[in-house]
Design a protein around this ligand. Sequence first.
Ligand code: ADP
Length: 703
Amino acid sequence: MGCRISSVVPVSKWTEEKVPSPTLKVAPQYIIEAPRPKTTPAAIHISTSKPKPPENTVHQPVKEANPYYRQRTGSVATIIMENRPPSGVSHTTFGSHVYKHRNSGRPFTIDTTRARSNRAVVVMCAERIGIEEVSETREDKRPCDIYWHSVVYPDMNRVVSHPYSRVNKFPGMTELARKISLTHSIHSMQRLFPQEYEFYPKSWFLPAHLKEFEAFGSKQANQQRWYIVKPDEGAQGTGIYLVNHPSQLKDPLQRQLVQEYVADPLLMNDGLKFDFRVYGVIRSINPLSIYVAREGMARFCTEKYSRPNASNFENLYAHLTNYSLNKANDRYVHSTSLHDQIKGSKRLLSTVFHQLESRGLRTKKLWHDIKMILVKTVLAMLPEILLHYEHHFIDKPGPQCFQIIGFDVMIRENGEPILLEVNAAPSLTIDHQLITSADEALYEEAPLKVRSIVDEVIKVPLIRDTLLLVLNLMDQEYSSARESAIHSTTSSQLPDHTQDDLDTLRAKKKPHLSEIFPNRYGAHSFHLLFLDKAVYLFMQFVHLRASINISLGGLKQFVKKCNLTPVISSREIDLKAAEINFYLTGDQSKLAQGLPFHGFLKFLFYVSEKKFPKEPTLLAKMQKLNQFCDASLRHYGVRSARLRRAEVPTTDDDGPVELYMLPLRMRGKRRSRSSASTLPPKPRSDRNNNSNQNNNGLPRIEL
Ligand code: ADP
């Protein structure tokens, strides 16, 4: 299905949002003027018309008794001033401090030979903090501090062989973030913690759930419900379409995800649907540490939204927010400056937060809930991240993996955030194609690529802080900024007002990344760190060297060694495994490959229900089953270290615990840390740029 280009609303009729200019300031050298085509393309046209009331019916936010909306007491201006957006300062106000290894004085090194399209921006960020770029074919063959790869290469083990090195990819993450795998992970958590995982739309994976979807869809036929159909491996909106009845599926046997279509998105005054791309960073899994970037992106549709119906459901410019799709529409509004972006098709998250705040939305609550979505989603994916790591680096110390991840979040009309997708390789490029395909004919050469100011303001600090983070330099970077601000206040000869401005900028220099787990939001979500126990059990019965699936034989061993034979017979295991396999893959023949982790988990759910029928919830049944299996395996001599994560108090008495998810790898790491001359052990304060910690061993809650 192609995109329908509607001509209903010309760009010049767009209404302006009544918001102040963003607080971001950009040094002139970073504002890149777009080269002028022979004729100005329509896409660059930015409305200068006076604000007008929206023409069509625009959903007005529901403001009564809703935790996401405030009762207005002050003026709009006061509300905006009171609210601190997630970001507020451009990376261009950063200095360029050159960092070196503390003991040896050697520069840090990065190998970007395999970074492909991200190479230029990563090298630029690395250079600004003194990280030296080295090539994979360098003669000295010394291991690098950081490797930046575009994908997980089959020979990653050989290239990144030193345990002190960091690499920007977790093995298996690309597969785990695919639509169906993500849905499996979230479904498992939904069964255990139903209320905590309501942020993901109801989903069915086909062909396995075709019957369930048909039953649901037929029952709801009178409700005017719509569903969005997405190919499993699709990206950038390709192959997506809407249906309002299962009979409209184009190819029910194709591997795809069907999701309830969230038909009540929050719209801007211009009537356009949008969603946020929020960036998270998994800094490491051993210890587990997750960060969020304070700035993100808002991506807008290019045609006015109204609830799907028979006449508009094919207009993807109104229903999908993907840049790659909407940029082809003449109504796409490119921004060439930070001021322009407040009306652009791609805006800063902080700008949209200002715009929403002015309409009474409690953006602090929204931001809190978005961060919780990030934490909960990573915790749902964690079991398989651990298994892939073990499988990939079996018998090797393994490097420290980290990864920048994109989370696509849309907001409902009532202010509630909904997770749509996780992107394991979010675009980090800071260029955009300035003209639409229709305008390409105007150019003699290839389409023009221009640095996009919005992408630059988001991605350059994201990459730069990620590099600082994994090198344990965040604290140094940001405390030195504060010190230099104080210093300059006393020593400078600048006129008072100039000095004030500079100091404000320097003092405002905040880390772009802040830790959300275990620090900050750990106390809210610690209980969700539950599936690791099932992972440790799984690891006892799977041949990780060969596969991360458990064979039928492995499943039977598990039942036997955990004294569960009175609960489930060998024949029943066969039948249950086949049923689970079909549920997960839609393909009976795949049982020969064994069950993946979430299949094993479904099996555990089933056994726990049989073994502990009196327990009130599935969670309680699973807790009992974990204890039972633990005790049984210890009887067979399985060491307790193999069955639980290690929670290690930090060197600060009042710091949170460090959670080593792969405890058996911990000793090696610790020994290597203390003997490492080039990579010294870091104090906890270096690892956390959040200073709010309490002294009960768990992170403090911050709302
Ligand atoms: P892709 O990986 O192809 O970008 P997404 O799952 O991100 O696929 O979907 C593309 C776009 O479709 C999203 O950016 C969003 O605008 C819209 N979308 C996706 N899922 C839903 C949904 N359940 N309800 C409403 N809109 C959705």
